[in-house]
Design a binder for this molecule. Structure first.
Ligand SMILES: [Zn+2]
Length: 164
């Protein structure tokens, strides 16, 4: 059989179509891939206040007990102060007594982690999966069901109350 021009195009179209199928089915239904948000340092400085900038972009830690979110008890969502990605649900918040807003479970896929050695002992740093803004550190002394304690800087979060 000789490959005609028409056959070649339909072959390429079919190949293109079949090549797209695995990529489309790789993401689980209902969990669209998170588009990264990448801004320049100047854009971040413009977008964030100095405290937010220090925590989100330079991994500073706010002073314990300074966040109003420590006392936030309403139903709602905690979103990244850098890019508004929802990170935690209010029902997963608990009072850790540490002076930082604490959660035992993040929203699936919302956080990335890395190991840091700032205090010599390794700690697991976590950050927003969209803008990579630093949020806090996660420890293994949390309550059930996960046993995790996501110790979060309040200035790195914004609280959005659930509509009544
Ligand atoms: Zn973010």
């Amino acid at each position: 059989m000789t490959m005609t021009r028409r056959n070649l195009f339909s072959f390429l179209a079919a190949a293109g179509l079949s090549a797209k199928v695995p990529a489309a089915s790789a993401a689980a239904p209902g969990t669209p891939a998170i588009e990264p948000l990448r801004l320049t340092d100047a854009q971040w400085r413009q977008r964030l206040d100095p405290q937010q900038y220090a925590v989100l972009r330079q991994e500073a830690t706010e002073r314990a007990g300074t966040s109003a979110l420590n006392h936030e008890k309403r139903k709602g969502r905690y979103i990244c102060a850098g890019c508004d990605l929802p990170l935690f649900e209010s029902q997963h918040k608990f009072d850790s007594g540490t002076g930082w807003p604490s959660f035992h479970t993040p929203i699936a896929g919302a956080l990335g982690t890395k190991t840091d050695f700032k205090l010599l002992l390794p700690r697991t740093e976590y950050h927003c999966a969209r803008c990579e803004g630093h949020q806090g550190h996660v420890f293994d002394d949390g309550p059930r069901p996960t046993g995790k304690r996501y110790c979060n800087n309040g200035v790195a979060l914004k609280f959005v109350p659930e509509a009544a």
